[in-house]
Design a protein around this ligand. Structure first.
Ligand code: PMP
Length: 314
């Protein structure tokens, strides 16, 4: 993985090696940070880098910050501008993954959320696929449960809560699976360790609702739009029982990192034809076009980074 050269840190873009925090930082001691994962996609024909839905990602980041009682002098628009500047400084001409973070920056001990300073930092690194496999991923149902809204809200992308995701992911992988599906305390499906979950049964796409202890995923939202508007598929947001997983015709994870990844097995039971299903394959192809700015109808989701080159004759 190529290392980024720069970071936005303490209010300006600095060389990445200067972007360092103290061991006394509150967020490092108590997990009092929140983050986002944003992708920017290279479009070779247009020689353009498109950030995918940055306003939505930064809106959610600032909502996570507000759950942590943070006050930050940024808006989704100003954060999008900073990201554009950072990507131009890096001169990226390839797919990249962006990691913005907000954090309690006060140096000192004392677990609480109030009367602390807050700050924002961000870096971007080149990155392609990380979970997707053409043959589909092997998933299990985790023995861990998803963090509950009354313990640590899953709708915030809160750093401390990712210990839950790390426990889930590591156990799944050490047990020979690629990824896990996590249940809520009440036994219904929530999501993957760091992705939302969809299944298809009898031609209907089903995904857990936003009050099922899930992160309100932006890919999830995009997928619902594409399934409904482009593929003519009905989407139901409702609770999913564990046993329904085993009877699914197709299933997939979706998120900024994994993008859309078909599931071939759950708990060693084949899903559909034991490979990425046909509707999921169509969705994957459509999603790739959309994120690269190739579908005019969704072009508002693509924020260009570079000033477009004038067309010949302009
Ligand atoms: N759930 C969790 C727990 C995640 O960490 C992520 C990744 N951000 C997602 C779902 C997918 O969210 P998004 O599509 O906004 O990346």
């Amino acid at each position: 993985m190529d290392k980024p050269q720069f970071a936005f840190f303490e209010g300006r873009i600095v060389p990445i090696d200067q972007a360092k925090i103290s061991i006394m930082t509150h967020a490092f001691n108590y997990g009092t940070a929140a983050f986002a994962g944003v992708r920017a996609y290279w479009n070779a024909d247009e020689k353009q880098l498109f950030i995918f839905r940055p306003i939505d990602h930064f809106t959610r980041l600032l909502q996570s910050a507000s759950l942590l009682r943070m006050n930050l002098p940024y808006t989704p628009e100003s954060l999008t501008e900073i990201l554009g500047e950072l990507l131009r400084r890096e001169e990226y001409a390839q797919d990249v993954y962006v990691r913005p973070l907000v954090y309690k920056s006060t140096l000192g001990i004392g677990v609480r959320l109030h009367d602390l300073d807050d700050d924002f930092t961000m870096f971007a690194q080149p990155q392609g696929m990380y979970l997707g496999k053409a043959e589909g991923v092997k998933a299990c149902v985790s023995s861990w449960r998803r963090v509950d809204d009354n313990a640590i809200p899953a709708r915030g992308k809160l750093a401390g809560a990712y210990v839950n995701s790390a426990l889930i992911k590591t156990d799944a992988q050490l047990n020979g699976f690629d990824e896990a599906i996590v249940l809520s305390q009440d036994g219904h499906v929530a999501e993957g360790s760091a992705e939302n979950f969809f299944m298809v049964r009898n031609g209907v796409a089903i995904t857990p609702p936003i009050n099922a202890n899930i992160l309100e995923g932006i890919t999830r939202r995009s997928v619902i739009t594409l399934l409904t508007e482009q593929l003519g598929v009905t989407v139901m947001e409702r609770d999913i029982d564990r046993s329904e997983l085993y009877l699914a015709d197709e299933a997939f994870f979706c998120g900024t990192g994994v993008q859309i990844a078909g599931i071939s097995e759950i708990d060693h039971r084949p899903i559909g034809k034991q490979k990425t299903g046909s509707l999921t394959q169509r969705l994957i192809a459509m999603y790739d076009d959309v994120v690269r700015g190739k579908v005019a109808q969704y072009r508002a989701w693509n924020q260009p980074v570079y000033v477009p080159e004038p067309a010949p004759g302009d």
